[in-house]
Design a protein around this ligand. Structure first.
Ligand code: ADP
Length: 402
């Protein structure tokens, strides 16, 4: 089945056309600066043909019109007409407590998505515009919503509840939701295939990218996860602070004379690697700075390694054991020094890994075992593929609806 995967942000719209028969990407592209001026870059994978243009994109519907033109273009396109595309799968960041699985779009689903607007205003608004853009150019094509939060809906109450008055959960839906669900779902499922079973497995999945989250996956279901009400919580990230004492927030607002929007922006965009190192939000820049003797860059990386280690230990305790640790996403797949920082010292849990293999392991190598034969806990690098999960879910739901 040809499935178009759409990831709509506030001023961007990324797309990939999948042939689910073999999981291959047929074409992909990006519309940027939507609502400002507009630009599209598009690539047809088989021929390698590329196309880019500056085009007026006042909204996501206009952007989708250009996506349709690019996909059906006689030179760099890949389908004769949009009828050849049988379904659209949308990445949705926040499904609140309404969605525990991917859903076929209908009026009721769209109304529930509207109710999630409060939880992630910028993202949800952009997703709804992306959906409307697709409805405008492909009105008869089924659309499926795939939620970053859905995989985490299996968390028990004690894992998702914050120690604040219960009525705040009822009134404002304040609870832990968790994010990167498609990635945690994909790599944990791959890991259970390696372990040869789902029931009885205890896996910690470490999705480490610009945004990072760690999950405890027991019997194939999420028991706990590091991100919370929003994707600001958990471990240190590129520009996000992760977990800090909540009292720091009003303290900083006072000291730096910030309002709520400003403090939210500050904690999301000026902290993490960038804030601690003063150099960059990118791991590769930090490694270069460390090589040049920058102590704060080293502190930024040490901090993340230490935090990952603490999560692995606490999740092993929560699950009552540990069978496997999985590293994925930009840093998890490619940054050996972070994996080393996280794994060193976990021997007491039965973790033993091959330092040489770790040093030589990158995402482009594909699934790689880092643990030694004697290790009680398997350690793997598994490249994530969130778009493929969205395409597969979309295909399954559309087929089931026919
Ligand atoms: P996002 O959360 O934006 O999807 P990624 O998963 O692409 O982020 O991760 C980006 C992080 O991965 C950056 O800190 C980057 O330095 C790090 N990284 C290290 N090596 C590589 C690499 N070879 N390719 C991509 N990212 C890498």
């Amino acid at each position: 089945m040809n499935v178009l995967v759409v990831n709509a942000g506030s001023s961007s719209l990324k797309y990939q056309l999948f042939d689910t028969a073999n999981g291959s990407v047929v074409a992909k592209g990006l519309c940027e600066r939507i609502g400002i001026d507009g630009a599209i870059t598009h690539k047809q994978l088989a021929s390698g043909k590329e196309y880019s243009a500056q085009l007026p994109m006042p909204n996501h519907t206009a952007a989708m019109t250009y996506v349709v033109e690019a996909l059906t273009n006689a030179d760099h396109g890949c389908v004769k007409s949009m009828d050849e595309i049988e379904a659209v799968g949308h990445r949705i960041v926040h499904g609140g407590a309404y969605f525990s699985e991917s859903m076929l779009l209908n009026k009721d689903v769209l109304a529930k998505l509207e109710l999630c607007r409060d939880l992630a205003p910028l993202h949800t608004g952009a997703h709804i515009q992306g959906i409307e853009g697709c409805l405008a150019v492909m009105p008869n094509t089924p659309q499926v919503l795939v939620f970053d939060t859905a995989f985490h809906q299996t968390m028990p109450k004690e894992a998702y509840t914050y120690a604040i008055p219960t009525e705040l959960y009822e009134k404002y839906a304040i609870r832990r939701y968790g994010f990167h669900g498609t990635s945690h779902s994909y790599v944990s499922a791959e890991m259970t295939k390696i372990l040869g079973k789902v029931e009885g497995t205890k896996i910690v999945t470490c999705h480490l990218g610009n945004g990072s989250s760690i999950s405890a996956v027991k019997d194939g279901k999420v028991l706990d996860t590091s991100m919370g009400f929003t994707p600001l919580a958990g471990v240190e990230m590129g520009t996000r602070c992760g977990d800090i004492d909540p009292a720091i927030v009003p303290f900083l607002m006072d000291k730096l004379n910030m309002n709520t929007t400003q403090i939210n922006d500050y904690l999301n965009k000026k902290c993490g690697f960038l804030g601690v190192s003063g150099v960059s939000s990118d791991c590769r820049d930090l490694e270069a700075a460390i090589a040049a003797g920058n102590e704060n860059a080293k502190l930024a990386m040490d901090l993340l390694g230490y935090q990952i280690k603490k999560y692995i230990g606490s999740y092993a305790a929560a699950m009552g054991g540990l069978d496997a640790i999985v590293f994925t996403a930009g840093i998890g797949e490619n940054t050996a020094s972070i994996r080393k920082r996280a794994l060193d010292g976990l021997e007491f849990l039965g973790v033993e890994y091959d330092a040489d293999v770790n040093e030589k392991t990158f995402g482009r190598n594909g699934v790689t075992e880092l643990s030694t034969k004697n290790s009680k806990v398997k350690v793997y690098m598994i490249p994530t593929n969130e778009e493929l999960v969205i395409a597969s879910d979309t295909e399954a739901i559309v087929k089931a609806s026919k």
